[in-house]
Ligand binder design. Structure first.
Ligand code: HEM
Length: 143
């Protein structure tokens, strides 16, 4: 099982040049040196975050899922003190799973039938109301 090296933020801070550019996103330490020229947003924006935690900037841009997956390709370690769910020695597979769970919008624990009830109950009530008034009208006519 592959394990990631743990780096402190001050270790990451030493890699802030174009020839050696690291940064942190979501607790992952990324070596983006080879990606600088490929980045669709340009290398300048990456260099501004070099050696730092760029999680907020990265998320604020609203990067696509494929951009988020690309992070894994450049991951060289994890940041000290950052706890991935349940485990700090994260394997690539576990990291992927963690990432997936991070992007799954959790169901709010409502059972499936609750949705059905929520949808059909108003219909049922409306139908009963109409049946009731229709029957009443019929009875009144007969009387
Ligand atoms: C850390 C700070 C970062 C900033 C400020 C930043 C900024 C941007 C900006 C402004 C764009 C839009 C470009 C355009 O539409 O013209 C962009 C696109 C993109 N960035 Fe970043 N980026 C950052 C980090 C990263 C990282 C670490 C990766 C992947 C390893 C990445 C992957 C991409 C990709 C694939 C796109 C294309 C659009 C998309 O798929 O979302 N970026 N970025």
């Amino acid at each position: 099982m592959a394990e990631y090296t743990v780096f402190s933020l001050s270790q990451v801070a030493q890699h802030k040049s174009k020839k050696d550019c690291w940064l942190v996103i979501d607790g992952r330490v990324l070596n983006l040196t080879k990606f600088l020229e490929e980045h669709p947003g340009g290398e300048e924006v990456l260099m501004e975050c070099a050696g730092k935690d760029a999680t907020k900037v990265f998320n604020d841009i609203g990067h696509s899922k494929s951009a988020q997956k690309l992070l894994l390709k450049y991951q060289v370690g994890v940041v000290q003190g950052y706890t991935f769910k349940g485990d700090s020695d994260v394997s690539i597979e576990e990291t992927k799973r963690n990432e997936m769970s991070a992007f799954v919008i959790k169901d709010d624990h409502m059972p499936k039938y609750a949705t059905l009830v929520k949808f059909f109950l108003p219909l049922l009530l409306a139908a009963s109301y109409f049946a009731y008034t229709w029957l009443n009208a019929g009875l009144l006519l007969e009387a």
